[in-house]
Design a protein around this ligand. Sequence first.
Ligand code: FA5
Ligand code: MG
Length: 448
Amino acid sequence: QSRWTSSHRQQPEELIIMGKKYKTDLQTNVTPGILSLVGRDLYKDPNHPVGILRKIVEDQFEEPEYTKFDDFEPVVSTYENFDVLGFPKDHPGRSVHDSYYINNNYLLRTHTSAHEHKCFERCDSPGYLIAGDVYRRDEIDRTHYPVFHQMEGARHWDRSCYRSEQDMLASMEAEVAQLSKTTQGDVVVKDVGHDPVKNPTQPFMTEQETDLVAKHLKRTLEKVVASIFNAAKAAAKAAAKAAGSKEEYLNEPLKVRWVEAYFPWTSPSWEIEVWWKGEWLECLGCGVVRELVFENSEKKNTIGWAFGLGLDRLAMLLFDIPDIRLFWTLDPRFKNQFHSGQISLFKPYSRYPGTKRDISFWLPRGKDGETLPLNANDLMEIVRENSGDLAESVKLIDEFVHPKTGRKSQCYRVNYQSMDRSLTNDEVNALHQKSLKELVERFRIQLR
Ligand code: FA5
Ligand code: MG
């Protein structure tokens, strides 16, 4: 079985997270390093790029139409994170390889959608907005970090609040018209419909309802994306001017396109992409909320949309930040560069050299001689725990099967590189040895 077992790593009997106690069990795979990041709340810092971007998005949603939340705790039940949203039992997101479990029943949320049903249930306003830190076990490189930040938004219409269906549709139509006006001229949109089989409408909604919810969703998010990228363009223009260069593309209207997507709790679903510096950039996922979510939230006769947007990768692009680890540095040379309400381009303060070390090994074999795989995220996790933010990237660089013995070998290359200082060889060797030792002990690999 490739099931994660904690038997080789000493787990305390209970964990205290944000003042609450949780019993650990065989499912527990959260690490001290990850827990030390819970509560850093970068998204609440008005002078941090993630906090600055959050504010720009938040300003697009007005109170009292939208209620704003930013203090849901990151520990959620598997019910909230998955079941209530209709995740299939075998969805990969549920795997211990992909998520950080506190125990069998609780995990660190993998997305802010974990709070959707509570918001639908308790929110008196037609819309809400959530900001929070989310956690995923993942690879190590310059654009991946186990903690990142999301914003979730939703809007719903309760049919029973209107005198008639026609009244509701007329009111939605007026809202859509209003939203369309605000982005006119700023963005060029390439829209897309939906595949009736793979990305269908839902039988509990009329065609007109689906059409208006989708339009409201799309026009709202086009406005959000326009506000973000117009602020970014202003920053890029200022930087280009200071450097004496002309960047023609900055004067063109923003190009965005809709693409079809899949999420278990929305249908139809889409993602929005923005053309930025020669690439289509995925910004967020969204869709028409499935009936199941409303039913689970005691909201009868209700229709609506929801979206989830990742702040970190967007912030990296907009602020020209080359490595996601910089968000977590305590170095004042980073933090002092950014100011509330402003997108400005990061000025690198130094680059320290990297040191590469390989992890080259034979995979273990089971009773019948079959190769036992080592999950890449499990390996990443051990490197991360032993070297913290000093591991800049870990890449699988080689893999082969011995022609005679049939044994399988893999080689991962770790680049150790600090954001703030030079590392000594001794220091790197010590970190690397610790990881090697732990990998051998826990996964019975044989180093080559
Ligand atoms: C979700 O997390 C859904 N909860 C979004 C959603 C909400 C859909 C409501 C429908 C309705 P996804 O895993 O694609 O979807 O992530 C959403 C966004 O988060 C992505 O578009 C991306 O911008 C960002 N994101 C995802 N993974 C990472 C990562 N490892 N690092 C940084 N940003 C990420
Ligand atoms: Mg995605």
